[in-house]
Design a protein around this ligand. Sequence first.
Ligand code: ADP
Ligand code: MG
Length: 381
Amino acid sequence: MRFTDADAALLKSLGARLRPVFPEIVTEFYDRIVEHSHARAVLTDGHVQIDRLRVSLRGWLESLFGGAYDEPYYNSRAAIGRMHVRVRLPQHFMVTAMNVIRMRMLDHVESLPSSERRDARRAIEKILDIDLSIMLDTYREHVLDQLREAERERFEQRLIESKHLATIGQLAASLAHEIKNPLAGISGALQVIREGMEPEHAYHEVLAEALRQIDRLDEAVKDLLVFARPKPPTRERQSISALLQRSMLLIREETSVRGLKLQIEEAAQDVWAEVDEGQMQQVLANVLINALHACGPDGEIVCRLSENGDTIRLEVEDNGCGMNREVSERAFEPFFTTKARGTGLGLAICRRIVEAHDGRIWIEPRSPRGTRVVIELARTQ
Ligand code: ADP
Ligand code: MG
């Protein structure tokens, strides 16, 4: 459906005959637009006046029939499109309004001698299709610009974060090293003392508690080290369901003590991926322990494994406290925690590991309550 010189000539002669109905069309066009409250707000909030727009629509109709259909024509159309975008006129209002023009034009074609109608209809359809596609293009351009801008901002944000983290990381790593060795020494000494005591001794239980606290401190220091000094993964082909089963063992005892339900829904067939076993187990442990922390007495944790073509999807769902908006936006941030005894490093480590495996990890809210953590990894055969 090429737009030809014959179409251009036809439009010119049609223009001469349709010109008397332009004012009517202009009025109807804006009446229709301001039926929408949003468009009304956009067009009457001071910076764009409807009267001015009426004049420009009139000009637009003139040139629709007057040509010349060349580059300046295209540019002037695109400029109008960009103006719509600038005032944030929703795209479907623009499309509806363009349709009003189309319908009215075609109505008027019916009043022409029947021998002329078919060609006239076709020429009008063609030029309006061209105009519509120019308008849609400006919207598309705008969306792409926005995406690019968002991408750039994200990139800069990451850069700032990574510089920031490199500093924190160095500090954390040296601190963790300083703490780790004396901690091992203290723990060893306390164990020796405790073993030398009668179990009835008044301090026997005190020492047991001290040792538990040291274990916790040791876990936190380990997290800090993993976070500050990430190791590149050593990837080997692993059965992901076996890995998941092993990770679930870690929390099985606590779930049974607390009477929580723990379920697994497996893929129809075993799925394999090239992963660092230790690192991936740490990811699953972090996510499962978070689910455990979130659950109340009627808690339920479901681990689901599925595959879709080349992708493995691992989900850990809980029906626990869920996250509000701020928490879900910040959950992967290092050192962000809502727990009195949290390090805030669990999910940050998860993300780092999963991304080092070229995978993705994200959080979805569940209704009526709870959280779903989703991990996607590339599958191998
Ligand atoms: P930590 O567990 O030490 O607080 P994480 O990085 O593992 O650190 O988690 C960060 C925060 O994200 C938690 O403090 C918690 O508020 C929230 N969170 C993580 N997992 C869940 C979950 N399954 N349900 C509700 N909140 C969660
Ligand atoms: Mg955690």
